[in-house]
Design a protein. Structure first.
Length: 444
């Protein structure tokens, strides 16, 4: 019988982000296998197994990124300062036309490396070549909710993206405990997927109880297009098709009216806030306060590197909160506690993984990060103050302050050394793939 690995984190401060806001200024946490066995004050928790002294580090749940496109790391810094539709039609899609499975895998490896370095332990991805990139995600040691993208038109991957997406989900479904890859469907958006395809996708997701991840109302142009075509907003159109009766995660959710928000609340549609991408493309601002007042669940995502240039979720979190405060003229809106929860437990709720991750509690999976409290950004730190700890994470910390990471109880990064990837090879492969895409898209 294989021996279960047990270790205890000590000499640390622990911010659990649980429902009672428990925190332990001088804490310990014991991990047994892939689960948290005990968490509490150091005088309450006996040392067990290997002793891991964290030099005063701040331990918190791993960050959950609820919307990204991992292939897009190859397009970083290649198409800036454009409107969304010009950006898509003149830059992104011409480069994507030269992707293949190998280059998509190289891109995903680079994205995973950056997720790890930035403290993201779980991410929700959407793109094609899902069959090729899923093994890369699994090997990285991260949790990945992977939505195989569906487009109405043929993609660079296949003439029939719907069939490819279905085949991917059927191949990977049921192996989540082994692979940490959670397959789902990603019909791209109401302007790029027909009613018939959305209905088919919704029926499949309902039958197999998997997530449907899509973009909704990212721009006013999208809304105008759908209104002109169907006489309904994108949300109301999807509702009329029965799509929103599923477990749906809607990226962006910016240009929503009152009726749309009532539908979100009625259907428990989850909204992923992508503030930096939305700022850069001038897509608009998610109506965060109104959504929360309607009872809509909100999490946060980076979107892809092509529209963000960085996968630093902590940076995005701070930016996202500040623009909401300014827009609403309310400094009390979107407080530090709410910000930290948005990037942890609320992300887990959006992915229906909150029974496993998102907070540090006995019985949950050991997905956590450790912030380096010797970073000048995190000094001074008042360990006895819960509000100070939340503010430190929300307003002062950034991805560069993440020193250690574990997912499912296994170390993914220690002392800023990524343990699950050959980082030199990842960088070289991504550089080569990006140079190929840039060269060949320029020739088109």
């Amino acid at each position: 019988m294989q021996k279960t690995n047990t270790y205890t984190l000590t000499n640390c401060t622990i911010l659990t982000v649980d429902g009672s806001d428990r925190f332990f200024p001088r804490g310990r946490m014991t991990i047994e296998g892939n689960q948290i066995l005990r968490v509490g004050h150091e005088h309450e928790i006996p040392l067990a197994g290997e002793i891991v002294a964290l030099d005063g580090g701040l331990v918190l749940p791993g960050l959950v990124n609820t919307h990204t496109h991992s292939h897009s790391s190859l397009f970083k810094n290649q198409a800036d300062d454009l409107t969304l539709m010009d950006w898509l039609n003149k830059a992104m899609w011409p480069m994507e036309a030269h992707l293949n499975a190998q280059r998509a895998a190289a891109a995903t490896a680079l994205s995973c490396m950056e997720y790890i370095a930035s403290g993201i332990t779980t991410y929700c991805d959407q793109f094609y070549f899902a069959e090729a990139i899923a093994p890369v995600a699994s090997k990285s040691g991260l949790r990945c909710m992977l939505g195989a993208t569906i487009f109405e038109k043929p993609s660079v991957e296949t003439e029939d993206s719907f069939a490819a997406a279905i085949a991917f989900v059927e191949h990977w479904l049921g192996r989540e405990e082994e692979t940490l890859v959670y397959p789902c469907l990603g019909p791209h958006a109401p302007y790029s997927v027909s009613a018939a395809q959305f209905v088919r996708a919704a029926e499949f997701c309902r039958k197999h109880d998997v997530l449907l991840h899509t973009h909704i109302s990212e721009t006013q142009d999208e809304n105008d297009q759908i209104l002109a075509k169907y006489g309904k907003t994108p949300t109301q159109w999807l509702e009329s098709l029965g799509v929103l009766e599923n477990h749906v995660l809607a990226a962006h959710s910016i240009h929503l009216d009152e009726a749309d928000m009532r539908i979100y609340a009625k259907r428990n549609t989850h909204a992923s806030y992508n503030p930096v991408s939305n700022l850069k493309l001038v897509s608009g601002r998610m109506p965060y306060r109104a959504l929360r007042e309607h009872g809509v669940q909100v999490s946060i995502g980076t979107d892809g590197a092509q529209s963000n240039n960085s996968m630093d979720l902590l940076r995005d979190l701070r930016t996202g909160a500040l623009i909401q405060k300014l827009a609403e003229n309310d400094a009390t809106l979107f407080n530090a506690r709410e910000m930290v929860r948005l990037a942890t437990i609320e992300g887990a709720v959006a992915l229906r993984l909150d029974g496993q991750i998102g907070s540090l509690e006995p019985g949950k999976r050991a997905d956590y990060i450790v912030l380096d409290t010797k970073s000048p950004r995190l000094v001074p730190l008042h360990r006895e103050s819960l509000s100070n700890l939340y503010s430190t994470v929300a307003y002062s910390a950034c991805g560069a302050d993440v020193r250690n990471m574990a997912v499912n109880g296994k170390w993914v990064m220690k002392d800023r050394e990524i343990l699950t990837m050959d980082c030199d090879s990842v960088r070289n492969d991504a550089q080569e793939a990006s140079e190929y895409l840039v060269l060949h898209s320029a020739r088109a």
